[in-house]
Design a protein around this ligand. Sequence first.
Ligand SMILES: Cc1ncc(COP(=O)(O)O)c(C=O)c1O
Length: 404
Amino acid sequence: MAEHHSALGLATALRPVQPVTLVRPHAARRAATFFTEKFPGRCMYAVKANPSPDLLQILWESGVTHYDVASIGEVRLVSRTLPDATLCFMHPVKAEEAIEEAYFTHGVRTFSLDTIEELEKIVRATRGAEDLTLCVRLRVSSDLSKLSLAAKFGAEPGDTKELLFAARQAADALGICFHVGSQAMSPDAYANAMEIVRAAIVEASVTVDVIDVGGGFPSTYPGMEPPPLERYFDTIHRAFESLPISYSAELWAEPGRALCAEYSSLIVRVEKRRGTELYINDGAYGALFDAAHIGWRFPVKRLREVPTASPYEEFSFYGPTCDDIDHMAGPFLLPADIQTGDYIEIGMLGAYGAALRTAFNGFGADETHSVDDEPMDSLYLGDAREAEPSRVVSMDEHRRKAGQ
Ligand SMILES: Cc1ncc(COP(=O)(O)O)c(C=O)c1O
């Protein structure tokens, strides 16, 4: 992988014809160190957010020893890449063959479940193993998060007593887990979920060894600026301390997005301009899946060596494929004089964006370069972030400047 100093330097020197993925190992290292040092429990990385082996290696070297895997493909990938890592199979619906291979071939001992049927599958596939950590997933609200995870998985209050009781019989260690939805915008999301955990423990009267608060820790995007992560950690710590669990119970979390959003960005080229619509060379089938399908807004920046004094204007993007749905409404704020041939950096794509890329229609970024400039925004720069004015123009700032 080639190394460059900055996105601008790379665009100027290479003038790439294809989109280029930029990775920032220092940003992933900073996020991992922050979590491993400040989260008041065990931090395991949710591999689905970005399964890049380079990233896995960086996280491992930064102290992340546990990995939340959701498929046998992810189990194999992490086993191969980090043979000493501890894997936890946290998808509540698994193929029995996947459980069997995970347990017997890859040494996985932690599994999640949200039904008696899944518990029976795990017991059968592991041939009644006595060294299992079984985490019962509870359904909790996603109301304070940008992306719901409340519909598909999780035991309902009426079912948890029987399930916790049965899992307790089969488990060496019993856990309770949940997911508050991705990009949780308030620490209260976790406090509210912990109340559901409390009620379930009291009702079932079982000894619980692990509380796993799942993912959902936010990153920062235009129009989605969350409170500092320390506030989430404090809220979780307080709620954990007040639960009726044993003194030696462990607290776990499964951050995906928050560990890798800042890791990568994308350089795209404008191939055509039609009014305020820019036709760029990556899109809905590339790293911009979320921008197209759920209207997620990412920070953007034109990469020109000599910037013009042009005001900012709102643009939408079309991706390169032939489909109308290859469209990203944004709005994306860019200089009004942007034109064909200009390069744009789209930031904060390390979580899910990079993982969701396809080669549909023959398009897509397959070149990756490492850079050591800062990501377009960060939750981890603290005072340094305030000292250096953000290069990301927020909608509010834009409207103020435009006198709207
Ligand atoms: C079980 C589980 N854990 C963790 C995550 C990671 O979530 P996030 O990226 O919001 O931190 C997910 C995401 O879907 C998940 O399903």
